[in-house]
Write a protein that binds this ligand. Structure first.
Ligand code: TYM
Length: 332
């Protein structure tokens, strides 16, 4: 039986963090056995924020190494770099004819970027969701493992798939955002405000490359207060965040113990953070060490990228041949 197709990507715009891991990469690893998976480094997307491109090569190789260290097997999945598959750009061009300026301007991620970089509101930012739709539709994916922040992009992708099918003929399935468990995940930052992020609030984000001392320092600095004074108090959101993080890396019995302490108004946040810090260290260390050793093996990474491009292009070429036929661009 043909396996269902899965696609997802990560921008090489900084070190990967726990949000990327639990929102996306953990799902990739679990999906690799049962699905036909295409995972890529979204280097074109990263150009929308005008990064220093001297760093790009290192960032791309680093993202690949961290994904492999997290458990992705390039022998099982197609692991590639977006810009090595020019067919994506052709599909992007086609989809741009079906995307309306007004709807793109309303996208929340676009509005955020306009706020964050008012001097660089380029058209690549505006059409970011169109390129993302092309990434997904190029392999005719059914599932897209992503974190909660990407939900709207998936909705836009479904709209474009529908519009294409309606205008030119049935080709694309309507892809769904995917997470093992009921809902998409948003891993909170350590300062109680917002989510972990590659570029913002770096001291409140735990990166997969952080060394043990830095992990401990960051966790111990997380916002707490003097603790509840009465049993069964309402839990402030920054404490809920700490529990949510603990839930990701600690034993269930550990989480349970601190929950009970909280409910009995007997919790010591210093102890809770120490425990969380040690559980984070135990979780991150093996990934960091493995990623460092893979990153050093450039001959291996080159092979992965070449092999990935070949497989991704094979699938992409097939979709492009079909789009050309349906749109009416095949003249002879
Ligand atoms: P990016 O590079 O910002 O993030 C990569 C993945 O990590 C998830 N993520 C989070 N999940 C939970 N909690 C967080 N704090 C958190 N921070 C990040 C993201 O949801 C994402 O799944 N536009 C995408 C890249 C992309 C893509 C695609 C994804 C380009 N084309 C096609 C899927 C399919 C992005 O910027 O992700």
């Amino acid at each position: 039986m043909k396996k269902e197709i899965v696609v997802s990507g990560i921008r090489p715009t900084g070190n990967l963090h726990l949000g990327n891991y639990f929102g996306a990469m953990r799902n990739y690893v679990r999906m690799q056995e049962e699905y036909d998976c295409y995972f890529f480094v979204a280097d074109w997307h990263s150009l929308t924020t005008h990064p220093d491109t001297k760093e790009l090569r290192n960032s791309v190789l680093h993202v690949l190494a961290e994904n492999i260290a997290a458990g992705l097997d390039p022998g099982k999945v197609c692991l590639y770099v977006q810009s090595t598959v020019p067919e994506i750009a052709e599909l992007y061009l086609n989809l741009n004819m079906l995307a309306y300026k007004g709807e793109l301007e309303k996208t929340p991620t676009f509005k955020d970027k306009v706020r964050l970089q008012p001097d660089n509101v380029n058209t690549g930012l505006l059409t970011y969701p169109v390129l993302m739709a092309a990434d997904i539709l190029i392999h005719r994916a059914k599932y897209v493992p992503v974190g909660k922040d990407q939900e709207q992009h998936l909705e836009i992708t479904r709209n474009f798939a529908q519009r294409f099918n309606h205008r030119y003929g049935e080709l694309f399935p309507e892809p769904k955002a995917f997470n093992f468990g009921e809902s998409l995940l948003k891993v909170p930052s350590l300062d109680g405000a917002g989510k972990m992020s590659k570029s913002e609030n770096q001291f409140a984000t735990l990166y997969l490359a952080d060394d043990n001392d830095l992990i401990r320092k960051k966790v111990m600095k997380a916002k707490t207060d003097s603790g509840p004074t009465t049993p069964h108090s309402e839990m402030p959101d920054y404490i809920q965040n700490l529990f949510q993080l603990m839930q990701l890396v600690s034993e269930e019995s550990t989480v349970q113990k601190f929950r009970e302490d909280f409910n009995n108004a007997a919790i010591r946040y210093g102890d809770m953070k120490k425990q969380l810090a040690e559980d984070m260290v135990a979780f991150i260390t093996p990934i960091r060490e493995k990623a460092e050793s893979i990153r050093r093996d450039e001959a291996y990474l080159k092979k992965v990228v070449e092999q990935g491009a070949e497989k991704a292009r094979e699938s992409a070429r097939e979709t492009i041949a079909q789009t050309r036929k349906l749109v009416g661009l095949n003249y002879f």
